[in-house]
Design a protein around this ligand. Sequence first.
Ligand code: MRU
Length: 375
Amino acid sequence: MDTGDVDYMKIDGEDIRPIWLDKNSKVVKVIDQRLLPHEFAVADLKRVDDVINAIKKMYVRGAPLIGVTAAYGVYLAALTSSGKSIEDDYMIRECDRLKSARPTAVNLAWAVDKVLSEVLKIKNPRDKIIAAQKEAAKIAEAEVENCRKIGEHGLCLIEEISRAKRGERVNILTHCNAGWLACIEYGTATAPIYAAFEKNMDIHVWVDETRPLNQGARLTAWELGKYGVKHTVITDNAGGHLMQHSMVDMVIVGTDRTTCTGDVANKIGTYLKALAAKDNNIPFYVALPSSTFDWKLRAGLKEIPIEERDPDEIRYVQGLDQGSIKSVLVPPADSLVANFAFDVTPARLVTGFITERGICKATEQDIKRLFPEIK
Ligand code: MRU
């Protein structure tokens, strides 16, 4: 993406990220994504417990942002350590607590371990704190750059489709929110979309509402709208119909964990979109930074832990009622409810991956062509 003179204004003229440090570097500030799009609120995270709560309750969500938030959690663990020294055992315990906040996004453990390993190299407590802060900031900036490059590479795919359609509108379907709210800047799935928009291409995004928490309807629609990208919110079940009627040119989704063999864990419902795309010969791309590959896992269906969340997320639907946010009960109060948060799309249904190093097929061989350092 040519970022030369592009101003990445996000909200009504203000350039904002979903996470930042306050000016004294004592408080981690995050956008409370539970309240969007109807309320814009910022939450203060001052201790490790605040970070764990924010990740569990989904003030912050999306694999890269979960990783960066947890990285700052390690920094807060060092900063708020009560002893004169910062014991290694204490840091390791706090990091284990952080890593268990949510199970599916691999970026969480990856980022925590990266910061921890810097901290453990150092003896002096003050230097440990400085090292933790520096490493967390480094991870955040690296994710920004990764997403920028994903945009650059993914743009070529949209341009190809646009050329084949002789400049007619390109319709892209996405599921959940893999935008800048989930990733600091640009997003993963949305990065090619924003890049195409910056090039004045005629694009339109079908936004799956993404039950139960409606990350698509609440977050992706809000982001795209603030940026000026044409979009339409659809029910989670509409994608197949649109694909059958040639109303979708490509699908781009994000991922929370992808195996080195190309199996993709993402928000529940992604698998059904991939099946429908395959049946209708529509390219199905997954956009991800290298931090979302789990290089140790090979069999996604068996090995990727799938989070089961609070059934109340399904029972209740949240929305705006006469100016205030309310929740209402949908099913009979005594019906059993099960809330599987993710599913696994097998590699055979994925057309390709859009990564910071370029585009590859969903095969171990082609993934490792881009990442030859992984043995
Ligand atoms: O439960 P969430 O909102 O954290 O899940 C996030 C997703 O599954 C998104 O689709 C996203 O693509 C993964 S991170 C960019």
